[in-house]
Every structure is written in C-alpha cells, then in structure tokens.
Design a protein around this ligand. Structure first.
Ligand code: ADP
Length: 469
C-alpha cells in the first residue's frame, strides 16, 4: 500500500510538539511492515534543511485569490529518516524559521495544501491513501473532492488524524476565494458556526477520522471546542488509535543526548548520574526527589497552575523536593515561572525555551514527571518518562488515562489524580515525595515501567487495518 502523510511537522525536520514526533515515526514503522509510506511537509528554514542534501523532484504553480505562487518540491536524497521525505518550498511564505506563529499562518497553510494537492495531481499514478494530520492539512480531502482541477483525485481514500482538536484552522468566509475554483454547492462542507473551519471540514470529508487515544475520542463528544455535535454525528467513522513512541530515538540505552546511558541492569547508578548532572547544572539538590515538567506553557497543559503548585509544594512540604521546568508558551506563564525562581532558588529552576537535548536529559535524570493537563489527546511525555524510568504524575484525562495506572491499584505504577486544581496536584506531589522515601518500592516501579511496551509496531499495524477498512 502506498501512503502519503501530509503534515505541518515531522521530527527531526521541524517539531513544535507531539505531532512532529508521530509523523517522524509512524511512516518508518509502516515501511517496516512492507508498505510505502512517505511524508510531505512545508520547507521551513530549519537546521535539518541546511545539514542534508535534497533533489528537486517537481516544480509547479497555482493561483490563490489574486496571487500567483510558484512552488518547488524537494526530496531528501539519502532516505535517512527511513521514509521518503518531501518538502514544499513556497518562497516568502513557508521558508521561515518557526513552524507557526505568523500573522499569515492561514495563507501559509492553505497555500501548502494547494501545492500538495497540485503536486499529487501531477503524479503518473495514484497513492492508495492520503493521510492528513490536524487542521493545517485538513482541507486536502475537500480540495481533492471538490476543486474542479483536482476532481480526478476524488477516488483516493483520505484519513484525518486529529492530534489536537482545540486548534481548528478557522477562516472568515472572505478567504474562501483562496481555495482553487470549487463546487459552490458544497459550501456546507467548509462551514461550521458561520466560519470556514478546516478541522470540521476534514472530519466531514475524510473517509475515516481518528484521534490519538480512545479516551480523547470519548471526551470530544462533550468537550471539543465547539465540534461536539459533529463528533457525535460522525461517530461511525471515528476511531481512537493510541500513539506509539519511536524506540530508536527514545531509548535510554542508546540515547546520544544522555550523560550516562542505561538499561534495566544499571538504571540505579546511571539515572543518579544523570540526575547529578542536572542538579549541579541547575543548582538543585540531588538527594531530594526531582520533579520535572516539560511542555507547552498553555492552559491546556494546566501550566498556569504551575507557579502556585510549585510555590505551595515547596512551602508546605518544607522544601522536601526539587522542581525543574522546561517549556515555552504564554508570556504571562513564562514570566511568572521565571519570577518564582528568585524566591525558590536552590529548590526550583525554570528553563524557558525549546531544548530537545535538555528534554532527553530531564526524562533520564528526573524521579517524577508532572502532567496536570486539562486536555491531553494522547501525551507522549508520559510514555517517554515510563521508558526512562521516571514515574509519571498525571491527571486522569485523554491519553493519560489510557496509559497510566495509579500505583495504589493492582498492577499500577504511576500517580493519578482527577481534578485540575492546585490542591489535587499538590496532594499528588505529596504522594510522590512519600513514595520516593520507599526505596524498594521505587526500585520495583522503575523496573516495571521501563519494560512497558509503547512502541509503534502495534499502532502502525492498527493504522494499516484502518486503511484497509
Ligand atoms: P503536545 O503535542 O500537546 O505539545 P505531546 O505530549 O503530545 O504534547 O508532545 C510533546 C512533545 O514535545 C514531547 O516530545 C516533548 O518532549 C516535546 N517538548 C515540549 N516542549 C518542549 C520544550 N520546551 N523543549 C523540548 N521538548 C519539548
């Protein structure tokens, strides 16, 4: 089967969150199963672009409203990712340093999608599946079915994977002129709540839709940022498929980012060596439990609660633990977290920004990972932390609920709580401090979680079954 994944992110080319990790791994595992999976994404100005060789495979052009855009498709020359990687270059529009965050993001991603469809329309054969990810690619099925120039693609089956339904790619109706000449009787497919809604359009037009965990799919029926009734209506074609993790990249035995690599036989000393390195570097105490947070500093992740959670925990539990935070996002949260450092020097350290290497070192050196998320479609951090022997403290929601079981339950191994309140989070942290003092139990849990299998093999196969269906 030939599958082409269309995505705004793909690790290690460009990543802003879990979407990048998934699109960087799933195609590789699909290829291992004997299929031909490829990825097409925008050509940003990232390090990857300058450090690898590319061949030009196609040049084309399209009109978008009053503008005429030329695009070039380049292909990574050496298949170093384990799949064919294609980048779409549209001058002045896509070739920027960041993936998102520009005023013209709507124009950028609509142009990207038109270029993808235009390019596929020039292939001498049809792929079996066009697999689109999130709202930045969700108009592709509509374009393939309803734009007059591309209707010969309408028999190709499309799948939409929703990694995050909070962001939906809204556009006012004035921007409908961006979409290449389309069948106006089909306006209802673009429409949701008086605007064009790319994600809603993808849900209506794709042959199948999936979210990245079962728990999240259930939640979307009553909490989907306005799309609840659509998920209810389309439930027959919606599925939950849990993400996997790329065990080639996320393996403490081979991870080249780590100070001290480790496996099941030597994790005790080696995890401590990684912890020591972090504690020396960030002025923390290696004898205390080290609790980390890694992620986007936004309300979805309940990052706005972190300053009070950290302050209260250290104050009321008399500094019995240390916190290390890595993330970026809302400015007011970044500022509050930075400011708190002055008061909690020696107990807490915030690292504002994006740092792939540090994230690996933190998963390896920490004792606990905190994820108090309000919304978590799947969550990869908890799966990485399990593999690195770091016990997750999670709120029971979405994918966190599907992957972490409280150590108080039969066969459990994590710390779970229900409510996204400062009190409940602090209570969970209190339990982690108590658990840390029980060396034998800690040792047993670490050994247990390092062996949990969240590799992609199983999920990659489930995607193939979905394509076949
Ligand atoms: P989301 O996609 O909602 O942000 P996920 O848990 O699915 O959350 O994926 C987050 C990914 O991004 C993980 O690989 C995590 O390690 C990484 N990540 C998030 N923030 C940072 C950061 N500031 N520095 C390095 N890696 C980060």
């Amino acid at each position: 089967m030939e599958i082409i994944h269309v995505s705004a992110e793909c690790y290690p080319v460009a990543k802003a969150g879990g979407l990048g990790d998934v699109v960087g791994a799933l195609p590789k595992y699909q290829n291992k199963l004997g299929h031909i999976a490829k990825v097409v994404m925008p050509m940003y100005r990232t390090k990857f672009l300058y450090e690898h060789s590319f061949d030009v495979v196609h040049k084309g052009a399209f009109g978008m409203a009053n503008y005429w855009f030329e695009y070039t498709v380049i292909k990574e020359a050496n298949n170093i990712l384990g799949f064919d990687l294609y980048l779409i270059d549209i001058n002045n529009l896509l070739d920027r340093e960041k993936v998102y965050g520009y005023d013209d993001d709507v124009e950028r991603f609509v142009a990207f999608q038109i270029a993808v469809v235009d390019w596929i329309s020039k292939w001498h054969h049809h792929p079996d599946i066009v697999h689109v990810h999130d709202h930045q690619a969700a108009l592709v099925p509509f374009m393939m079915q309803n734009c007059f120039a591309y209707r010969h693609l309408s028999s190709i089956k499309t799948i939409l994977t929703i990694h995050n339904a909070q962001y939906q790619g809204w556009m006012d109706w004035g921007k409908s002129q961006y979409i290449p000449d389309w069948d106006k009787y089909k306006w209802g497919l673009l429409e949701w709540d008086h605007t064009i809604n790319a994600l809603a359009c993808g849900i209506k037009c794709a042959a199948k839709v999936n979210t990245v965990s079962h728990g999240y799919l259930e939640e979307l029926r009553y909490n989907a940022n306005g799309l609840e009734s659509l998920f209810e209506y389309e439930r027959g074609k919606c599925f939950g498929i849990l993400n996997g993790i790329d065990t080639d990249v996320w393996n403490p035995e081979t991870d080249h980012y780590l100070e001290a690599k480790y496996g099941l036989d030597n994790f005790k000393e080696q995890k401590q060596a990684n912890k020591k390195e972090l504690c020396v570097r960030f002025n923390l105490d290696e004898t205390k439990p080290l609790i980390i947070f890694i992620g986007r500093l936004v309300g979805e992740k309940a990052a706005d609660l972190l300053p009070q959670v950290i302050g209260d925990s250290i104050y009321y539990m008399e500094g019995k633990m240390n916190f290390l935070v890595l993330g970026s996002g809302e400015k007011y949260i970044e500022d509050q977290l930075s400011h708190l450092h002055n008061h909690l020097f020696g107990y807490y350290n915030p690292q504002i920004g994006y740092n792939e290497q540090l994230s690996h070192r933190m998963y390896a050196g920490a004792d606990f990972l905190l994820m108090p998320s309000r919304v978590e479609p799947c969550g990869l951090n908890q799966m990485y932390s399990l593999r690195y022997g770091t016990i997750p403290i999670v709120r029971r929601t979405g994918g966190l609920q599907d992957t972490v079981k409280d150590f108080g339950e039969e066969g459990g191994f994590g710390i779970c709580f229900n409510v996204d309140s400062v009190g409940d989070i602090c209570n969970a942290i209190h339990r982690s401090v108590e658990l840390y003092a029980e060396h034998k139990k800690m040792h047993h849990i670490i050994k247990q979680i390092m062996q949990i299998d969240h590799s992609w093999e199983k999920s990659a196969e489930i995607y193939i079954n979905l394509y076949n269906s």
